[in-house]
Design a protein around this ligand. Structure first.
Ligand SMILES: C[S@@+](CC[C@H](N)C(=O)[O-])C[C@H]1O[C@@H](n2cnc3c(N)ncnc32)[C@H](O)[C@@H]1O
Length: 279
């Protein structure tokens, strides 16, 4: 396998190009397909639950540090929270802004980097959802979580998640998907069909970092679009994330596997969802 450049610049450039290509179509699928709509609703319900159960202050101001096309931040703003969202990929921010305007939702949205946040004592809750595994290196993860800690008010919470590397199913990237090396994912919704062929391009087993080569074919009434991109993902264990959160200053840390609030049950989680409170 050809080894890819792992410089910070190369990683961020690849990530931006990947999300820019998919921004518009992903948003269509999220809006039109039942599976995505259900996941969205489940995650929003979970956020509302932990805002009440785990914060020791009322949650009013929320920051989403990788808001994508806005599925969480717009959903929360609609429910009355005062929301700010930022994302590294400008194309995704543009889509989030268009949706906010179309739906008459009041929310602050901007392009920004989760590792360069400049807030202090400003938010009651911060979201870092489906993003930690994209950050280029250790320093970025530490920086991002420390800056989030600083941006929270005491009693406020951070909600972040990573895929479980030991997950044995097919839907998410895990050690199993790395050893299989190839995934084909097809999604359909009215007016759109997306087929992704995802092939492992390079895997560094010491650092748990995998580069994937993705070819997406998107069929819409306007024509067929084909994108080829690379995406780099890092695997984290439960203990890695607990360690990073503690380093950032968090003492109260809970994990809700697969967004389930009954955490006492045994689980083969696909997703590890962490809720950490600033004292
Ligand atoms: C898998 S998407 C998740 C988006 C959103 N949180 C959601 O759950 O729908 C990952 C997002 O992280 C963004 N991203 C990647 N690196 C980032 C960084 N350093 N700072 C902010 N956003 C970043 C990408 O542009 C992309 O929109």
């Amino acid at each position: 396998m050809k080894s890819l450049k792992n410089t910070r610049e190369a990683i961020l450039k690849a990530s931006r190009s990947y999300y820019a290509h998919r921004a518009y179509y992903e948003d269509l699928l999220i809006q039109r397909q039942r599976r995505f709509a259900d996941a969205n609703e489940r995650e929003l319900n979970f956020l509302r639950y932990v805002f009440k159960a785990d914060a020791t202050r009322p949650i009013e101001k929320v920051l989403d540090v990788a808001c994508g096309s806005g599925r969480h931040v717009l959903g929360l703003a609609k429910l009355g929270y005062e929301c700010t969202g930022l994302d590294y990929t400008p194309e995704r921010v543009r889509i989030a802004k268009e949706r906010a305007t179309q739906q008459g939702i009041s929310v602050e949205l901007m392009q920004g980097d989760a590792t360069r946040l400049n807030y202090e004592n400003e938010f009651d809750a911060v979201l870092a959802l489906y993003v930690l595994f994209l950050l280029p290196d250790d320093d970025d993860v530490s920086k991002c979580l420390s800056l989030i800690y600083r941006s929270l008010r005491p009693g406020g919470i951070l909600v972040c998640n990573v895929g479980n590397p030991f997950y044995e199913g097919k839907r998410w990237f895990s050690l199993k998907s790395i050893y299989e090396g190839l995934r084909v994912v097809e999604d359909r919704a009215p007016g759109i069909r997306s087929t992704e062929v995802v092939r492992l391009h390079d895997f560094d087993p010491m650092h748990g970092v995998a580069w994937w080569q993705e070819t997406s074919t998107i069929e819409t009434p306007e024509g067929i679009h084909i994108f080829r991109d690379r995406e780099r993902l890092r695997l984290f264990t439960y203990w890695d994330i607990v360690h990073y959160l503690q380093l950032a200053g968090f003492k109260e840390i809970k994990c809700y596997p697969d967004w389930k609030t009954n955490t006492h049950k045994k689980t083969k989680a696909e997703m590890l969802v962490f809720v950490s409170r600033r004292d």
